[in-house]
Design a protein around this ligand. Structure first.
Ligand SMILES: *Cc1c(COP(=O)(O)O)cnc(C)c1O
Length: 235
């Protein structure tokens, strides 16, 4: 099996991040590149680790668990695993067993309550982001801005979840500029929530994928989730 040029691709993505950050007067150090390895085998992760990369994103908890936790090759490797996809209630346990550094995709009160209870049983606190459906597309996960505002008092009171900001996935459009209004909307929502709920940490905006991460950085992303631009197309 021949691998794509993962180290070169990572270097190129880092350069693009640095240029986008510079355009926005930001430091590239404030932006975490989450390399999305869903559907790809461990060898892709190993190549990125060898290139010095540490932050990886997976969509499905079962796949993340098999690749990063159960897999003997992953033992003692210095990765940080981010869960970035929707978590079904019956997958909450396995999501926790992945020991994620951050769950980007808490998208409803029910899963928040369940993860909070399970984390409490294990005596841990989970770091997480709240996923917002800024476009209102029915196919997208996440709260509407109004629903999130209404449920935030209960969310912020969950003792074993610690929130750090917002995540979104805009409607797909091959033109990256089409995503800009949604990135702006997420940032403005974050600013409003930070003013209304100053007890929480609102420092992170997880937004931007392979085709639009530069626009997301121009609009304030602190985490970009990039798969294809690093690992090539998924089959
Ligand atoms: C797959 C995925 C990505 C990465 O998508 P690319 O277009 O391959 O960069 C980012 N975020 C989420 C939530 C994903 O599921």
């Amino acid at each position: 099996m021949s691998l794509p040029p993962i180290a070169d691709n990572l270097a190129r993505v880092h350069e693009r991040i640095a240029r986008a950050a510079a355009r926005a007067g930001r430091s590239a150090d404030d932006i975490t590149l989450v390399a999305v390895t869903k559907t790809h085998p461990w060898a892709y992760v190993a190549a990125a680790l060898a290139a010095g990369h540490r932050d990886f994103g997976e969509n499905r908890p079962e796949e993340a668990y098999a690749k990063f936790i159960e897999n003997p090759e992953a033992a003692d490797q210095p990765f940080r695993l981010h869960l970035i996809g929707p978590i079904q209630s019956r997958k909450a346990k396995i999501a926790l067993a992945c020991r994620p550094v951050l769950i980007h995709s808490i998208d409803r009160l029910k899963i928040a309550r369940r993860l909070d209870r399970l984390a409490g049983e294990q005596g841990i606190v989970l770091d997480a982001l709240l996923e917002v459906n800024v476009s209102g597309e029915p196919s997208k996960h996440g709260w509407s801005p109004d629903a999130l505002r209404a449920e935030l008092p209960e969310l912020l009171a969950l003792p074993h979840l610690r929130f750090h900001g917002l995540m979104t996935i805009p409607p797909y459009d091959p033109d990256p500029e089409a995503a800009r209004p949604y990135f702006i909307a997420l940032r403005e929502l974050r600013d409003a929530l930070a003013a209304a709920f100053p007890q929480a940490d609102w420092s992170h905006l997880s937004m931007g994928m392979s085709h639009d991460f530069e626009v997301a950085i121009e609009e304030g992303a602190t985490m970009v989730r990039v798969g294809t631009a690093i690992f090539g197309p998924r089959t």
